[in-house]
Design a protein around this ligand. Sequence first.
Ligand SMILES: [Zn+2]
Length: 163
Amino acid sequence: MRKITQKYYIAGTDVGVGVFAKIPIKKNEVILKFKGRKINSEFTEKRNKKVKKYRWGDFLQIGNNKYINIEKPGVLVNHSCNPNAGIKNDKILIAIKNIYIDEEIRYDYSTTMDEDDWTMKCRCHQKNCRKIIKDFKYLPKTAREKYLKLGIVQNFIARKFEK
Ligand SMILES: [Zn+2]
């Protein structure tokens, strides 16, 4: 059997910890799969009240009232307004450009969110940083079209934009 090499490692960043490329990863290559228990918003709300400092990205939205309570390493992947990765088929993280060794792997959290009351302050330091991260529907049209074309928008959101 072929040995599958783990493509990433976990290390510190200015926003906590993050996931980094251990080997060069080519565009469209699978990086990792998001795993965890399926939950609904009742669970996420209860948890958000209990935890004082809410960690954005703990839950991966996969439906109007459906989430995955994501486990490591998926939960450690940070957001960027200029990402090098994206989520295909609701839970497969793929590279959307060639990623170099030691580069941090990040996806745009807005491609997964459709909740209305969800916002996050962004410190990704990218030139096109949106500063406040909101639902997919609030993205600039060019960004929405780019992500839809790449096929890295959660299915339940993409369906709302298909006509
Ligand atoms: Zn940003």
